[in-house]
Design a protein around this ligand. Structure first.
Ligand SMILES: [Zn+2]
Length: 344
């Protein structure tokens, strides 16, 4: 009978809770929507009830190894409080971990969502079997997590891995964090839409202007569709995105010299539109990457089948692999469960 833990993925729109065995088998998953915009206390109630339900159900079969919770925002590891969260208004400076522990009568692990997603990909996803790796999540913004020796690298108090706010343009576009020229201003879904709107405003991207006026949801996905259909302006935006991501990755590869960098998040799926420029930039800018690049780097991200093993081959050759995430939105759920196992 399997020992198990509970992983929680608290997103801006969904609350998902899963019982996962020590071998990484999903035993059961519960999903709650955010209809009616539940308050913070209602969400915590719902979460604690679901954790108790699942742990009670599987306890007769195996040992309960604890609960791990991935939460969007900067988590202070010492206090278990949320320092900053764009997606959870009203949760900041609130003792989230202490409150959940009080209700459950048990210790829980509270982590930043990108950190648990990195741990999930390392445990069961693209970097399975690779001890040292990082995940860069390309969504509305950019998130990230670093795993060293099979464990999340937290930095001093849990704030490590803020890849989105690494400066890649000294006098660049202002960022919500207060700085300028941050990576997420150039290589995120919101950056793609902003660049498209800038091109439209300049008057020389009529195809984008037409798409924007005929589709109320003018999104990065729509611009990607135009790019793969060959639209020149849309293609240029993804080239620029790939270049920016290449600059960010070059810095990370030079500093960390990890075996694998996994690109996750919604925009990472536009791989064919941005990856060639990303690799070109990376090779030009990083001496470490140039010395450790695999012979056909584009192939790694094109492989989507689980069980495909380009990484295993690369590892033997000690190369730097840049590839796409495999677990999608489940990475955080598995990673949160794994975090509880490692802490237990
Ligand atoms: Zn920033």
């Amino acid at each position: 009978m399997p020992d198990f833990s509970i992983g929680v993925d608290l997103g801006g729109t969904n609350l998902r809770i899963a019982a996962v065995s020590g071998e990484g088998e999903l035993l059961e998953k519960l999903t709650f929507g955010s209809q009616g915009a539940p308050s913070r206390d209602q969400v915590i109630d719902q979460m604690c009830e679901a954790i108790q339900l699942l742990s009670g159900k599987y306890k007769p079969a195996g040992k309960f190894l604890g609960a791990g919770i991935g939460i969007p925002g900067i988590v202070d590891l010492q206090t278990g409080m949320l320092r900053k969260s764009a997606n959870l208004p009203g949760w900041e400076e609130y003792p989230v971990r202490a409150e959940i522990e009080r209700r459950l009568g048990a210790r829980v692990v509270l982590e930043n969502d990108a950190n648990v997603a990195a741990l999930g990909e390392q445990w069961l996803g693209a970097a399975r079997g690779i001890e040292n790796m990082a995940v860069v999540t390309l969504g509305t913004g950019i998130g990230g997590g670093i795993v060293l020796g099979g464990k999340i690298w937290h930095g001093m108090n849990g704030m490590a891995g803020e890849f989105g706010h690494v400066t890649i343009e000294r006098d660049g576009h202002p960022c919500g964090c207060g700085s300028r020229g941050c990576a997420e201003q150039y290589a995120s879904a919101s950056a793609i839409v902003r660049m498209a709107r800038e091109a439209i405003a300049s008057g020389d991207a009529p195809s984008l202007a037409k798409a924007a006026s005929s589709d109320a949801a003018f999104s990065a996905e729509l611009i990607y569709k135009l790019a793969i259909q060959g639209d020149e302006h849309a293609r240029r935006i993804f080239c620029s995105f790939g270049r920016a991501l290449g600059v960010l990755l070059a810095g990370m590869v030079n500093v960390l010299n990890l075996e694998m960098f996994v690109l996750g998040g919604g925009v990472s799926t536009a791989w064919d539109a941005y990856a060639p420029d990303m690799f070109e930039e990376l090779r030009e800018r990083s001496l470490v990457y140039a010395a450790t690049a695999p012979p056909d780097p584009l192939r790694n991200g094109a492989l989507e089948k689980k069980g495909a093993s380009p990484h295993t081959a690369n590892r033997r050759e000690r190369t730097t692999t840049i590839t796409r995430a495999l677990l999608g939105s489940d990475a955080g759920l598995y990673g949160a469960a794994r975090g509880a196992m490692l802490a237990g």
